[in-house]
Design a protein around this ligand. Structure first.
Ligand code: SAM
Length: 293
């Protein structure tokens, strides 16, 4: 185990399982065994992990609401030469978890920081989602207020890379509906309870996945992944860029194929990659114009 400058200790950011306790590296176990102190977001959760591996080390809490004063204590211990492992509740510390602040403090004070990589829900979900993995944008949790959400959705609406969010199971259905409204019927994936007994990947269009969860009590932990904007949408495509004739033609063709009006509207929106409400508005407008002529 290495030492930082001036006999200071080292901060180890240790990745821990996101569900299955076996998803821990040999190096993580070694480091947790050897450090002087483990700073944990949730000490009860970490104790379960440590007991499972028969590791008995002093643990202290480090979480969102004590991170300011606790960070100062940890820094002092590091300066005195202690090696400290920082672990979060699950996954990689710092990813939608406290960690980044203490890392910044260490960097400022010339204390060495190293990482023992482990699983993270964001990458675990991405690789099995079936969506493009070459580029992605992880946006963490959605902001709480409607205004902030709206602003974020507008900002991300033209992003071409796969979009990844952490979401509460209770808000999932509402969010799927909201995204369908603003971005149209894109492909998506809900990755739930990863590496756990009830692991589930639900893939499909936003409308299909929403429909699936609508009448179910969604439980557990959730990652929501949404396909990035198509080339057209990324360059600002909206119903204004599709001619009303094009939209009407698509809708009528679907009616001719036997679709009910509501289903034709939904399918046209999906095919044209436009929000349903925009297709509806264009059709209403078009009908009004046709009647006046
Ligand atoms: N640091 C963690 C990481 O590296 O993934 C993330 C911590 S964040 C506080 C917790 C959120 O991560 C959950 O609300 C959920 O969105 C996601 N998450 C964590 N574990 C998960 C799992 N096993 N399955 C699905 N999502 C998970």
């Amino acid at each position: 185990m290495g030492k930082g400058d001036n006999k200071a200790g080292m901060l180890f950011l240790v990745g821990t399982p996101i569900g299955n306790l076996k998803d821990i590296t040999l190096r993580a176990l070694e480091v947790l065994q050897e450090v002087d102190l483990i700073a944990a977001e949730d000490t009860r959760q970490t104790r379960k992990l440590l007991n499972h591996y028969n590791i008995h080390k002093p643990i202290t809490s480090y979480f969102e609401h004590n991170k300011v004063f606790k960070g100062a204590y940890l820094l002092e211990d590091l300066r005195q030469g202690k090696n400290i492992a920082l672990v979060s509740d699950a996954g990689m510390p710092g990813i939608s978890d406290p960690g980044a602040d203490v890392v910044r403090l260490c960097i400022e004070q010339n204390i060495m920081v190293t990482v023992v990589p482990g699983p993270s829900a964001v990458l675990t979900a991405l690789v099995a989602s079936g969506l493009d993995c070459n580029g992605f944008l992880f946006a963490g949790f959605f902001p709480r207020t409607k205004k902030e959400k709206k602003q974020l959705w507008e900002e991300l609406g033209r992003e071409k890379r796969t979009l990844i969010f952490y979401e509460s199971p209770h808000r999932l259905v509402q969010t799927l509906g909201d995204l369908l409204e603003v971005w149209g019927d894109r492909n998506c994936c809900v990755a739930r309870e990863l590496t756990k007994v009830f692991e589930e990947y639900r893939r499909g269009r936003l409308s299909e996945v929403r429909e699936y969860y609508q009448d179910r009590a969604v439980k557990g932990e959730v990652v929501l992944l949404v396909e990035g904007a198509s080339q057209e949408n990324a360059s600002g495509q909206s119903s204004a860029d599709r001619t009303p004739e094009e939209i009407e033609r698509c809708y009528n063709a679907l009616l001719e194929q036997g679709y009910e009006r509501k289903a034709a509207l939904k399918e046209a929106a999906r095919m044209l990659r436009l929000p349903k409400r925009e297709v509806y508005q264009v059709l209403v407008e078009k009908r009004k114009n046709n009647e006046e002529e």
